[in-house]
Design a protein. Structure first.
Ligand code: IVH
Length: 670
C-alpha cells in the first residue's frame, strides 16, 4: 500500500469506525458484527502504528465509547471510565504479559486475576453512607448519562449496602446486562408485536437502561455485575480479588468463573476453560479480562489515554462462518406475524451445527440484498440461533433467486397484509388460521369480548389439542362429556362452564365485533363501528370509503376490516355463530340532527355559544345567516333581521321552548 493509499484508508477507517461506534453506542443499533468492527479497529491501530505522523487526537483510537445522548441528564465522572485494550491471540497476550513484567522490573510470574468480559453496558454506581445515590453510564469516558432511576429499580443494585462499618463514600463499577433468556423472550415478543428487535443483548441492555421510564430496565430482566471499586473513602485491600469479595459482601453479584493465579500460563489455561464454559452461561461474554491483581502494581503501571496498562481484554474469536442460503420459508406466529426463516447449508458455528437462522422481516432481507443461493456470513449474536450478518453475494448471479413476501399465508392461505408503514406482515385469516387458533379463541372468550368466565387459555389449549374446538362456534357445541373427559375437570366446573357459555350467547354488537379479533379493531373502534353501521350486515358490506367516515378509523384499520369480511371462511364462522344462537339487541341509535341551523336573539336558558355547541354535538351544522336551505331558525328574544328573512323564505322558526324540547328528545344533557 502506498503512503497516499494508507492515508486515504486511515481517514476512511476513522470515519467508518466513528459511524459504527455511533450506531452501536448511541443508537443501540449496530449494522455490522462485533468481529467486523474489531477487524476495522485493528486495521486502524496497525496503520496508526506504521504512520505515527498521521496520528490524530480526534481518532477513535484516542477516544472511549460514544457521545452521550442529549435527552438524559449528564454526570461528570470523578475518575475517567476507561476502556480496555484488546488482544486476540496467545502471542498478543504473551506480549502484554511481557510488557507488564518489564515495566514492573520483574523476572518472575505476575499475580493475575481473570474475569469474564461481560458483554453489556459499563455503569458506575455511587453510594453515600451505605445508601444508593446515583448511577451513570460510561458515555465518552469523562461525562456519562444519569441512569439512576433505571438502575435503582434493579434487584441486583442494592438500595442499602449490607454489613457494618460501611464506607461513607463508595463508587462501584460494573456491567449491566440482559441475560440471554430475557433477551430471547423480549425479541420473540417484539417480533410478534411488530416492535423493534434488538441486534444483541448488549444493545438490548443499553436501550433498556437509557429509557425515561425507569421501570423498563427491571421489567426486561436486566442485571448488574460489579467488577471494580473506583473510589472508596475507607482503606481497601491491595488486591482486586479481595475488593471483589468486599463487593460481594456488600450485596453485589459478581460474574461466575473469576479466578486468580500466577503468570501467563495460568491465564492461558483459564481462557480455554472460560471459552468452553461460554455457551452454558446465562449471559453473553465476549472474552476474558486479565488484570494485574495488586493495586499497588496497577498504580506503578498506570494508564494510557484510553486504557490502563495493567489490564487487557483477551477477546474470544468471533464466531463467524460462511455458508450458503438454500431457501427461505415463512413461519406464522400466534398473532399471525410472518417471520422469514433461512435454511442454510449445515455448518458448524462455535461447535454447534446450524442449518437455520431467523431473518426478522422482509426489510432486513432487502437491506442485506439477500437472495436464495447467496454465500452468507453467519455469526452468533448472543442468541442461541445464529444470525446472517450479510450476503457475500459471490454466487453466480443467474443462480440468485429473489426472496419475496408471500401473498397468502403458508398455513391457511388467507391473504397476507402489510399495511403501509408497518414492519410486520401478517396473515389476515385470524379466526380460522390454525397457527393463530389458540390466540384467536382466547381473545374471543375474554372479558371484554364474549366474556365466557372460566374458559381460559389453559382449557382452550386442551380442547384444541383434543380436536374438540377448531373454531369459535365449536365452543357453543361443546358437550358435557367432552368437558368431563379433560384432566382435572369435575362435574361442578363443567356445569359452570356450560352455563357461562350459554349465557354469553346474549351479547351486544360491539362485543361481538371486538370478539372477532379483527386486527386493530379494539374495544372502542368496535363500539364506533356498531354505532355507525347499526348492523353486522351493513358493516360486512361496507367499503373502505364508508369505513373511513367512522371517527378514528384510518386507512390501515379500514383495510383490515374489509379484508376480514371479504374472506369466505370468516363469513362461514360468523354464520355458524349466529346459527348456534349468538345474538344481540339492535343498537340504539343516538338521534342526530341533520341540516343547518341559525340562532338569533337572546336565549333565557343558555348563551348563543352554548346553544351552538349543543347543536354541533348532535351533528347539526350552525350558520350565521338564513338561506333557503336552513333547517330552522332558533329565535330568542329581540330577534333581528334574520327572523324577517326566515319568514320571507318560509324557513321554520322555533322559539326557545321548542328548541329545548328538541334537545331533550335528542338526548342532549342540559
Ligand atoms: S474493567 C479500566 N472488567 O469492557 C478498565 N471491564 O472494553 C475498566 N467489561 O468498559 C474495566 N467485563 O464495560 C472490566 N470484568 C470486567 C469487564 C469489563 C466487561 C467492559 C467494561 C469496559 C469494557 C472495555
Amino acid at each position: 500500500m502506498s503512503a497516499a493509499d494508507a492515508q486515504a484508508r486511515l481517514i476512511e477507517l476513522r470515519r467508518e469506525l466513528a459511524k459504527h461506534a455511533y450506531l452501536y453506542h448511541s443508537l443501540d443499533a449496530p449494522v455490522i458484527s462485533d468481529g467486523e468492527y474489531d477487524a476495522l479497529w485493528r486495521e486502524l491501530l496497525e496503520l496508526e502504528r506504521q504512520y505515527p505522523q498521521w496520528r490524530d487526537a480526534q481518532s477513535p483510537s484516542q477516544n472511549v465509547g460514544a457521545a452521550v445522548r442529549q435527552d438524559l441528564a449528564t454526570v461528570a465522572h470523578q475518575t475517567p471510565m476507561l476502556s480496555l485494550d484488546n488482544v486476540f491471540s496467545v502471542d498478543e497476550f504473551r506480549a502484554f504479559d511481557l510488557r507488564v513484567r518489564e515495566r514492573l522490573g520483574r523476572s518472575g510470574d505476575i499475580h493475575y486475576i481473570c474475569e469474564p468480559k461481560l458483554d453489556g453496558l459499563a455503569i458506575s454506581l455511587h453510594y453515600r453512607g451505605g445508601r444508593f445515590l446515583m448511577a451513570a453510564t460510561r458515555g465518552d469516558g469523562v461525562v456519562g448519562e444519569d441512569v439512576s432511576a433505571s438502575l435503582a429499580a434493579l434487584a441486583s443494585v442494592p438500595a442499602q449496602l449490607q454489613g457494618e462499618e460501611l464506607p461513607h463514600e463508595l463508587e462501584v463499577r460494573g456491567e449491566v446486562l440482559m441475560p440471554r433468556a430475557a433477551f430471547l423472550r423480549w425479541n420473540e415478543q417484539a417480533q410478534e408485536e411488530g416492535r423493534r428487535v434488538f441486534a444483541n443483548p448488549r444493545n438490548a441492555a443499553a436501550g433498556s437502561v437509557r429509557q425515561l421510564d425507569a421501570a423498563i430496565a427491571a421489567e426486561r430482566g436486566l442485571e448488574f455485575f460489579a467488577y471494580a471499586i473506583a473510589r472508596c473513602s475507607a482503606p481497601l485491600p491491595d488486591s482486586q480479588h479481595a475488593q471483589l469479595e468486599l463487593c460481594r459482601r456488600w450485596g453485589f453479584q459478581r460474574a461466575a468463573h473469576i479466578a486468580q493465579g500466577e503468570g501467563a500460563a495460568f491465564c492461558e489455561q483459564h481462557y480455554a476453560a472460560l471459552l468452553a464454559a461460554r455457551d452454558g452461561l446465562p449471559y453473553e461474554i465476549d472474552g476474558m479480562v486479565v488484570k494485574v491483581d495488586a493495586l499497588s502494581e496497577q498504580q506503578v503501571l498506570g494508564m494510557m489515554t484510553r486504557a490502563p496498562r495493567w489490564a487487557v481484554a483477551w477477546k474470544f474469536p468471533a464466531v463467524e462462518v460462511e455458508t450458503q442460503l438454500l431457501a427461505v420459508d415463512w413461519q406464522v406466529g400466534r398473532t399471525g406475524a410472518l417471520t422469514p426463516v433461512a435454511h442454510l447449508q449445515p455448518v458448524s458455528v462455535g461447535g454447534v451445527t446450524v442449518s437455520r437462522a431467523s431473518l426478522h422481516n422482509i426489510d432486513e432481507i432487502r437491506r442485506m440484498d439477500l437472495h436464495v443461493g447467496d454465500q452468507v456470513l453467519l455469526y452468533r449474536a448472543g442468541d442461541v440461533i445464529p444470525k446472517i450478518a450479510r450476503s457475500l453475494s459471490q454466487a453466480v448471479p443467474a443462480q440468485r433467486l429473489p426472496i419475496t413476501l408471500p401473498e397468502s399465508c403458508p398455513v391457511c392461505g388467507a391473504p397476507v397484509l402489510r399495511p403501509v408503514g408497518e414492519v410486520v406482515a401478517r396473515c389476515s385469516g385470524g379466526l380460522y388460521c390454525p397457527a393463530q387458533r389458540l390466540e384467536a379463541l382466547t381473545h374471543f372468550v375474554s372479558r371484554k369480548a364474549m366474556a365466557i368466565e372460566g374458559l381460559g387459555e389453559k382449557w382452550l389449549a386442551l380442547l384444541v389439542e383434543q380436536g374438540k374446538i377448531r373454531h369459535a362456534a365449536d365452543i357453543y357445541r361443546l358437550q358435557r362429556d367432552s368437558l368431563l373427559a379433560l384432566d382435572r375437570m369435575g362435574d361442578k366446573l363443567a356445569d359452570k362452564l356450560l352455563a357461562a357459555i350459554a349465557a354469553s350467547k346474549a351479547t351486544t354488537l360491539p362485543r361481538f365485533l371486538y370478539a372477532l379479533g379483527i386486527r386493530s379493531v379494539g374495544e372502542s373502534t368496535a363500539r364506533d363501528l356498531a354505532m355507525s353501521f347499526m348492523s353486522l350486515d351493513a358493516l360486512m358490506q361496507a367499503r373502505e370509503e364508508a369505513l373511513l367516515r367512522v371517527p378514528d378509523i384510518g386507512p390501515v384499520t379500514a383495510q383490515w376490516i374489509v379484508s376480514f369480511f371479504s374472506q369466505p371462511h370468516h363469513r362461514e364462522i360468523i354464520d355458524e355463530l349466529l346459527a348456534v344462537g349468538v345474538h344481540w339487541p339492535q343498537p340504539q341509535a343516538q338521534q342526530t340532527l341533520a341540516g343547518t341551523y341559525v340562532i338569533t336573539g337572546t336565549l333565557q336558558s343558555m348563551s348563543r355559544e352554548q346553544a351552538r355547541e349543543h347543536l354541533l354535538r348532535l351533528g347539526a351544522r350552525v350558520a350565521g345567516s338564513v338561506s333557503a336551505k336552513t333547517a330552522a331558525l332558533i329565535c330568542g328574544e329581540s330577534p333581528g333581521s334574520k327572523k324577517t328573512q326566515a319568514e320571507r323564505l318560509g324557513v321554520a322558526i322555533w322559539d326557545e321552548d321548542t328548541f329545548l324540547q328538541l334537545l331533550r328528545q335528542s338526548g342532549a344533557s342540559l
